[in-house]
Design a protein around this ligand. Structure first.
Ligand SMILES: *Cc1c(COP(=O)(O)O)cnc(C)c1O
Length: 395
């Protein structure tokens, strides 16, 4: 199975050496189809592959093991991230569930305390049943981090910026601590993407994505990724996903390749819009708190400037009253009241009952997730229309 062996070797990281991210994203890894010159990489919508003869293979046998369209997507993502190998999954949660196959009963995991509610649910409700142990700690606080390791800590799972309160962790410091304790260091890079943050340059061993968000960018495909810095963890993870069958299907892989071409264009416009919206929210008399990592008053602004090349387009804010928070959800017209983030459409979310509905009350209280907190994912619409929509909703 040449493809499986290719898959296990990872990509040629020198491919397209010298090109910037925007060019790699547009071209892809192999890019145009060698046989026909098709500029759109072909969609191999096939579950199985015929063998030319006994003992011969095209490199493919069955799409759970390998599919050319998915491989092109994985290789493009790996190249963009600066990793050796990427694996594409049917969702972000599918990627995370495969990552946990590195662990065995009795292992301990350190996790960001302020994180995506679905990840919390997967860990707390499902994997504790299989003997894994999780501690949710403030990984943005070096003292808390240092005091949280146990002899059986095997994995540190970091989200930064955090969701939804937008705290920023010192990625390199967390990575150093993880490695000093012999733990694998995994970073969920969904909020900033490789366009703004490169965890491998800061000590990350595995980068995780919900590809549903910015990488897809159009609110139309669920997907997830694991990207590996080198081949150390490749075999167990490849075996896990091949056995579990939770990979991305060919058509969604093709859609994701198409999405990636505009990643930079979208993110730049989204970030530009987000900066303006954060300023407007700060000036609004009915808004008490604004959490945006690109705000020079943000507690971790200097750290962000040091370790990232951009601030992204996620903003959380608190209204003066609970009633006003609900009114915003009802009144916005251009901005849609919906879960998810990262797409061309601006969305407003109510974390308390939506994205963080699975998180226990004491943890929500500690994090400051209350009934006045709203989260905005800023899209690419015209900025004046977005500002007007928010202003009338907050009036
Ligand atoms: C959405 C999200 C996930 C889960 O991804 P799905 O694609 O919805 O399965 C994980 N982490 C973060 C930070 C997310 O925003």
């Amino acid at each position: 199975m040449a493809d499986e062996i290719d898959g296990l070797l990872g990509i040629d990281q020198q491919k397209h050496a010298g090109w910037h991210a925007d060019s790699i994203a547009v071209r892809g890894y192999e890019g145009i189809d060698a046989r026909t010159g098709s500029i759109s990489y072909p969609l191999y919508q096939s579950a199985t592959f015929a063998h030319p003869a006994w003992g011969q293979s095209t490199g493919y046998c069955y799409s759970r093991c390998g599919n050319p369209t998915r491989l092109e997507l994985e290789n493009t993502i790996a190249l963009l991230e600066g990793g050796k190998k990427a694996m594409a999954f049917s969702s972000g949660m599918a990627a995370i569930t495969t990552l946990l196959k590195l662990l065995r009963a009795g292992d301990h995991v350190l996790v960001s305390d302020d994180l995506y509610g679905g990840t919390y649910r997967l860990f707390s409700n499902i994997y504790t049943q299989y003997g894994l142990e999780f501690d949710y700690v403030d990984l943005t606080d070096p003292d808390v981090l240092a005091a949280s390791f146990k002899p059986n800590t095997r994995l540190v799972f970091l989200e930064t910026p955090t969701n939804p309160t937008m705290k920023v962790a010192d990625v390199a410091a967390v990575g150093e601590a993880a490695h000093a304790h012999g733990a694998v260091f995994a970073v969920d890079n969904t909020f900033l993407t490789m366009y703004f943050q490169k965890p491998f340059e800061l000590g990350g061993d595995v980068v995780i994505y919900s590809g549903t968000k910015y990488l897809c960018g159009h609110n139309d495909v669920l997907s997830g990724f694991l990207i590996l810095r080198d081949n150390t963890l490749l075999e167990p993870l490849f075996n896990a996903t091949m056995s579990e069958g939770n990979q991305l299907d060919p058509f969604d892989s093709w859609l994701m390749l198409r999405s990636l071409k505009t990643l930079g264009v979208r993110l730049r416009q989204q970030e530009r819009n987000a900066k303006r919206i954060a300023e407007a929210l700060k000036a609004n008399p009915h808004v008490t708190d604004v959490f945006y990592v690109g705000d020079p008053d943000h507690q971790n602004y200097e750290l962000s400037k040091r370790q990232t090349t951009g601030f992204g387009a996620m903003i959380s804010f608190k209204t003066d009253t609970h009633e006003r928070a609900l009114a915003v959800l009802e009144r916005t017209k251009l901005i849609l009241f919906a879960e998810s983030l990262g797409g061309t459409e601006s969305l407003v979310t109510y974390p308390l009952v939506q994205t963080h509905g699975s998180i226990p009350k004491p943890m929500l209280d500690k994090l400051g997730i209350d009934d006045r907190l709203l989260r905005l994912s800023v899209g690419i619409e015209d900025i004046d229309d977005l500002l007007a929509d928010l202003e009338q909703a907050l009036a």
